[in-house]
Design a protein around this ligand. Structure first.
Ligand code: FES
Length: 142
């Protein structure tokens, strides 16, 4: 089978879909080639820098939906610094793998999380290393 049970399950029943009007950080990334867009919202408890909620919206393929769905589950309840360490590899592993030509979709999820954190840092005057936010910018192959 092309997709793992977990991928199919998150695709059919994605978690944390929607907008978050009072988000503390928003990250939006797009892929110029396939035109897919991912937007990630985070809510942060400013006292202890914990992500208390996350939501996503995407115009993307099934893999983009499944990876962002599981990415929200992986960052909710985590310190914001931990969310920054979330790699697309960890997301793919948590889903039980993705076909090679779909791995780039998981990069959108990773980048959207990172940009939401960056937005939060910017809005709150928190200093950070720009290197942490270098875009992977992988091509999207349909
Ligand atoms: Fe473009 Fe999946 S995100 S094909």
């Amino acid at each position: 089978m092309l997709y793992s049970e977990k991928v199919m399950e998150h695709f059919r029943n994605p978690r944390n879909v929607g907008e978050m009007p009072d988000a503390d950080g928003i990250g939006e990334v797009g892929n110029a080639k396939c035109g897919d867009i991912m937007r990630m919202y985070i809510k942060v408890d400013k006292k202890n820098q914990i992500i208390t909620d996350a939501k996503f919206m995407t115009f993307g393929c099934g893999s983009a939906i499944a990876t962002s769905s599981i990415a929200t589950e992986m960052i909710i309840g985590q310190p914001i610094s931990k969310a920054l360490e979330l790699s697309n590899k960890a997301v793919v592993e948590a889903l039980g793998g993705l076909p090679t030509h779909k791995v780039h979709c998981s990069v959108l999820a990773e980048e959207a999380v990172k940009l939401a954190v960056k937005d939060y840092y910017d809005k709150n005057g928190i200093a950070y290393d720009e290197e942490l936010f270098k875009k992977a910018n992988l091509p999207c192959e349909h």
